[in-house]
Design a protein around this ligand. Sequence first.
Ligand code: NAP
Ligand code: 3JM
Length: 335
Amino acid sequence: MAVNVAIVGATGAVGEEFIRILESRKFPVKELRLLASKRSAGKKMRFCGVEYTVQELTRHSFQGIKIALFSAGSSISKEYVPYAIESGAVCVDNSSAFRMDDDVPLVVPEVNPQDIAKHHGVIANPNCSTIQMVVALKPIHDVAKIKRIVVSTYQSVSGAGLKAVDELQRETASILAGKNDFQRKLFPHQIAFNVLPQIPQSNAFLQNGYTSEELKMVNETKKIMGDHSIRITATTVRVPVLRCHSESVNIETEKKITVAEVRKLLAKSPGVTLMDDPANQVYPLAPFAAGKDDVFVGRIREDESIDKGINLWIVSDNLRKGAALNAIQIAEKLL
Ligand code: NAP
Ligand code: 3JM
């Protein structure tokens, strides 16, 4: 049965992807309501060959809406999710606003679909870096029990929104043109031809020296996997890539698992594509994964510094599986 769907943050990097994926997956949309700030009200966007006009988000925006997909930042979610629930909508929220609330399910459909049913009007979509990691690690955890994870990320600029994509492109062009007067608006340092160990770029470091993105990976992973005994440490890094996050992941398991066993397991895991043929230089790469749905895994090898350790290289499209696709898969399960 077709339902009325609202997208909050429709004009953003994630919002645009929501529209594309609703269309390509033939999500049963009766009425689509595109919502953004006053700045974008009146803008035209296309869905299934029909032109839609973006409306300004207000507390009255959710009348008749069954599914509300939120992707306009955590303060907007905190303010407007309650109005959407009051109007009778179920919200899938892409922000960090409610992820760690005890009564809010935090869901990756390949990992913990059973948690969806526990919702009270809002289901949280995890952080992009968390999602791709748990899709790849859950099958291994089920078989060998992961004791510890050490992850370093290589995150694309689209994870910081459309303005960040624009800044990387313009700064790159400016440097290539030999100019040195580029005015940065978003990143605290040059992002073109550089690597920044600070995500998000706008937030101060926490007292323990970590960033909030790093803590998200630690806390969200435990909640989604339903195992608070896993020890996790993360370093999250922005790289001058437009789309897709890459991750170097080291795991230590309780039970010995061989490289061959990991390959066999991941080859049949839902949402995972194994790309691991080192002899032919085959491993996952961001431009290849861009626009695709799966989480790609390669460079699987034993960590020879410990008894039971494995290294993996995990790449996925941060705007798709890392955001809009995962949220729409949750909405599909809701229906
Ligand atoms: P973006 O490209 O900067 O887009 C932001 C969107 O939010 C735009 O549609 C913008 O509308 C809208 N917005 C901003 N202020 C608003 C307001 N006061 N009222 C209504 N709408 C407003 O950012 P993005 O990359 O799409 O990310 C958006 C949010 O999604 C992030 O802040 C984050 O919470 C979440 N996110 C989650 C993941 C994940 O891993 N799950 C990944 C990326 C992002 P205008 O066009 O009117 O400015
Ligand atoms: C990804 O509210 C904000 O400032 C948005 C920050 C943000 C988030 C977040 O905290 O919701 C930008 C990009 C995320 C996320 O997925 O956690």
